[in-house]
Design a protein around this ligand. Structure first.
Ligand code: ADP
Ligand code: MG
Length: 567
């Protein structure tokens, strides 16, 4: 293998040559303490930066076995290393040069601790994947600067961030233990018949809509009401008390600005683990819980929305409903049916992002508009059937309609950011003040019809059958020439998840979708492959920017593809 010295000399020789000559760098280099792999060389100084990896043998890295032997601890350790590396890399260009000259980059971690292809720790080695902007002046190779980056800055970063001895052992241990505790908490939810658990002392509010860190000063720590308090055991933090959100139908009520949506958002985020100091690191949620909302304008392909929407004007069928432009209520109906198809076990719904006519239809409206003139069966008349027929719980923020008291198993009132159990009061009120509504939902939820996607309705090829993917941020991804709007898929937290989903759609289409495979089966097959072989199975060569996602979000992305067709 070529040594560091040879690479150094080679870079000096390349100095002043055309940028394309950098292509000769592709390969592996034996540095004293690690191997540097240059997997992909950028075509010009302004293109996406070059992809590199370092592989540090455990003999050098020295991470004790107890930090990585459990899968969830290995993920937490890798997450910690990515954060160290991310913090240590300068975010702005220091050296002169064109384009991204000299910039070292790694995926930007959110507050969540997720499995990312950027780092992996095994018994043999620590591997870290990142990018380097190979330096240039104009379109000429800046060889001396390249040598400084690859043979100077990179080894320095490796020494500072990828060796156990160089790290704060207490902080690292706490990071890993916190994640293992959260896993332990989540694993106890089903035995306690809970959808979610919110620990006492948790900090739920965030700094702002664009800053996911915990609110700093006036945050009121979470306190559980006596009647909903449960105590769970963790391997490291010991006994933890907090509020259990029971299975069934739970309403979160309360005046405006009292913290209802903030609680629901923390529950949404609880499908992931969080780093210590996040405030939500002991807030855990059923991994099958999905936020659903209205999303007018989205396209729908062959979804049986008949449990919610009966025959439409002009006799349009709703058993295989397709539209390029759904209304608020039909989009919310389709969103619910689709997540059930994809395996959701709980729905999280906020009145702020719901269609009113999908959620409620009160006595007076029933009197004015006859049932046969209204295709919508509101959610209030299906939410119980959804639980009894399919075991799917709902947590619903609803400050605007007490009609839901009739169908709720638990009612939590947020009062100045403090939850109260008001189930008994709500029951008494429901008995006292009748809504006099007609129940419109019937005995059962209705049948669910699995869909089969036409494999050729997903076309990732562009030009000469090459794959063109672009995950710009968490709100959009590109498959072939089609952009998919993911802004209503609210549980995506990192752009690397979107990037990985883009790869997974192509992978699903290529290996698991046939004219006879139901969509849910194809998605399950993709997720099984990822569980077995890791995110790397999605790509031909090692990528550093893929981040764990759920099958639920993969399904959500496929369902929003505008070219989608069903068999
Ligand atoms: P609601 O949905 O009841 O109208 P929100 O959840 O949107 O209320 O919260 C209103 C505001 O209060 C938000 O700015 C939120 O960040 C803040 N907030 C929520 N919970 C807390 C808390 N525990 N401590 C301090 N501020 C909070
Ligand atoms: Mg709200």
């Amino acid at each position: 293998m070529t040594t560091q010295e040879t690479l150094y000399d080679q870079l000096y020789r390349l100095d002043g040559q055309g940028y394309g000559a950098y292509k000769s760098l592709k390969g592996e280099y034996d540095f004293e303490d690690f191997t540097l792999c240059i997997d992909h060389v950028q075509g010009d100084p302004f293109a996406a930066p070059s992809r590199v990896r370092v592989v540090v043998p455990q003999a050098v890295a020295g991470f004790p076995q107890n930090l990585w032997e459990q899968p969830c601890r290995a993920i937490a350790l890798a997450d910690y290393l990515i954060r160290q590396f991310y913090r240590a890399t300068p975010k702005h260009q220091r050296t002169s040069g064109s384009g991204k000259s000299g910039l070292i980059g790694i995926v930007r971690p959110s507050q969540a601790v997720l499995d990312r292809s950027a780092a992996r720790v095994t018994a043999e080695a620590v591997e870290l994947r990142f990018t380097v902007g190979l330096p240039a002046f104009g379109r000429r190779i800046a060889g001396r600067q390249a040598a400084e980056v690859l043979c100077g800055a990179v080894p320095a970063l490796v020494t500072r961030t990828l060796r156990y001895k160089a790290l704060d052992a207490a902080s690292l241990g706490h990071h890993i233990d916190t994640v293992e505790d959260a896993e332990a908490l989540r694993s106890q939810l089903s035995t306690h018949n809970l959808v979610a658990f919110v620990a006492d002392g948790a900090i739920l509010p965030r700094r702002s809509g664009i800053d996911e860190r915990p609110l700093e000063h006036q945050a009121v720590p979470f306190t559980s009401p006596d009647s909903l308090r449960v105590t769970l055991a963790c391997p490291h933090a010991g006994k933890v008390t907090g509020m259990g959100v029971p299975q069934g139908i739970t309403l979160i009520v309360g005046g405006g600005y009292h913290g209802k949506s903030t609680l629901l958002r923390a529950i949404e985020a609880g499908v992931y683990n969080h780093m210590p100091g996040d405030g939500r690191h002991q807030v855990v949620t059923d991994p099958g819980a999905v936020k659903v909302r209205a999303e007018d304008g989205r396209s729908i392909a062959g979804v049986d929305i008949s449990p919610f929407i009966g025959s439409l004007p002009q006799g349009k069928s709703t058993q295989q409903f397709s539209t390029p432009n759904a209304s608020g209520s039909t989009s919310q109906a389709a969103n619910i049916i689709e997540v059930i198809e994809a395996g959701a076990t709980a729905l999280l719904v906020d009145e702020d992002t719901s269609a009113t006519n999908f959620m409620i239809r009160d006595r007076r409206m029933q009197a004015l508009i006859a049932k046969d003139r209204e295709p919508i069966t509101p959610f209030i008349d299906k939410v119980q059937q959804l639980y009894t027929d399919y075991g799917i719980s709902t947590v619903l923020v609803m400050g605007g309609s007490g009609d839901y008291f009739d169908v709720a198993d638990t009612v939590i009132a947020m009062d100045d950011f403090v939850p109260q159990d008001v189930t008994e009061q709500a029951r008494a009120i429901a008995a006292d003040i009748k809504t006099e509504r007609d129940r419109e939902g019937g005995q059962s939820f209705g049948t669910l019809t699995p869909r089969i996607i036409q494999p050729n309705s997903i076309d990732p090829s562009k030009g000469h059958h090459s794959v063109k993917l672009r995950a710009r941020d968490v709100d959009q991804l590109q498959i072939g020439t089609e952009a998919i709007d993911l802004s209503a898929v609210e549980q995506l937290v990192e752009s690397g998840q979107v990037r990985a989903i883009a790869e997974a759609i192509v992978y699903a289409q290529r290996y698991h979708m046939t004219a006879t495979t139901p969509l849910a089966e194809a998605i399950a097959a993709v997720m099984t492959d990822i569980a077995q072989y890791g995110l790397d199975c999605l790509t031909e060569w090692p990528m550093g920017d893929l981040v764990y996602f759920r099958g639920l979000e993969l399904a959500a992305a496929i369902n929003r593809l505008r070219t989608l067709g069903t068999v």
